[in-house]
Ligand binder design. Structure first.
Ligand code: NDP
Length: 251
């Protein structure tokens, strides 16, 4: 089988699995953080779990960039967007966590596998297999709108993660009601930001692997946002009634 054939099959499989996983995750909560569950087997410390799980994304994407034959302005712009997110997620975010709950090995392993495949699908497409983007793409409305969405989502994700991090003083454990930023309207603005980011990526790259990644992110995070929201409502009787789980006023 040549690589293009393999790629097409893998991408199709990626779409199919995301459609299966989305409804399943409304019933099975990914066992890390507040939804940690001993029934899912051994765990690793959160810092180690996050680094091992996420590192394949920036490293894999860099490898596909290096091995590819497109290194112009558009190729570089995509590289910078991807790495801005993933250098934070893999190498900075984990070391800033405060008393984070351990992560099930199964979560780490599935996340790692996901990131390997996702970095391959996106990086290989952009830098070798897909159509080449010329520098003019940087002025195309799809790129401009997508990059603006990416930037806005990234900013919201960073701000919300920072607010969550600030809830625990050193040595403290447990959960508090987050306030400020978009927490006024939703329980999980960090997830909303992440979804907006990868929808922006899909628009900016105008590609099927970009779309697949955006769908995966929503499939993963919408059920988790609902689970977090219910957790808050059960744990805190005075939890703000106007807050929704993920999308202001709607969901
Ligand atoms: P959470 O919001 O569950 O937790 C983030 C951190 O904040 C954890 O350390 C958590 O502690 C702590 N925390 C959360 N809520 C509270 C609270 N009310 N009081 C005190 N501490 C709190 O996020 P995730 O761990 O699920 O995700 C982290 C980041 O990774 C997010 O930015 C998310 O968008 C991204 N992500 C992206 C995915 C994708 O598909 N692209 C998939 C999963 C995550 P504890 O660990 O003890 O719960």
């Amino acid at each position: 089988m040549d690589e293009r054939h393999f790629y097409a099959l893998l991408l199709r499989g990626f779409f199919v699995v995301s459609a299966i996983v989305a409804p399943l995750l409304f019933f099975i909560k990914a066992p890390y953080g507040r939804h940690q569950d001993r029934a899912f087997g051994p765990t690793v410390p959160a810092v180690l779990g996050w680094v091992l799980m996420e590192a394949p994304s920036p490293l894999g994407f860099a490898l596909w960039f290096a091995l590819g034959d497109r290194h112009g302005a558009a190729a570089l712009a995509f590289f910078l967007l991807w790495q801005a997110h993933y250098v934070n997620r893999a190498f900075l975010y984990p070391f800033r966590l405060r008393a984070a709950a351990p992560m099930a090995v199964v979560v780490m392993a599935t996340g790692l596998a996901f990131n390997l495949v996702n970095a391959y699908l996106n990086g290989r497409w952009l830098y070798t297999l897909g159509p080449a983007y010329t520098a003019a793409w940087l002025l195309d409305p799809r790129f401009l709108i997508g990059a603006a969405m990416f930037g806005a989502g990234f900013a919201l994700n960073l701000q919300s993660d920072r607010i969550l991090r600030g809830l625990r003083r050193p040595g403290e454990r447990g959960y508090k009601v987050p306030r400020g930023g978009l927490f006024r309207l939703v329980s999980c603005p960090n997830y909303l930001g992440e979804i907006i980011e990868w929808c922006g990526w899909a628009v900016a790259t105008w590609s099927l692997p970009g779309l697949a990644f955006a769908l995966w992110t929503a499939a993963n995070l919408a059920p988790r946002a609902r689970a977090h929201h219910r957790f808050y409502q059960q744990r805190f009787p005075d939890y703000p009634a106007e807050r929704r789980a993920l999308v202001p006023f709607l969901f």
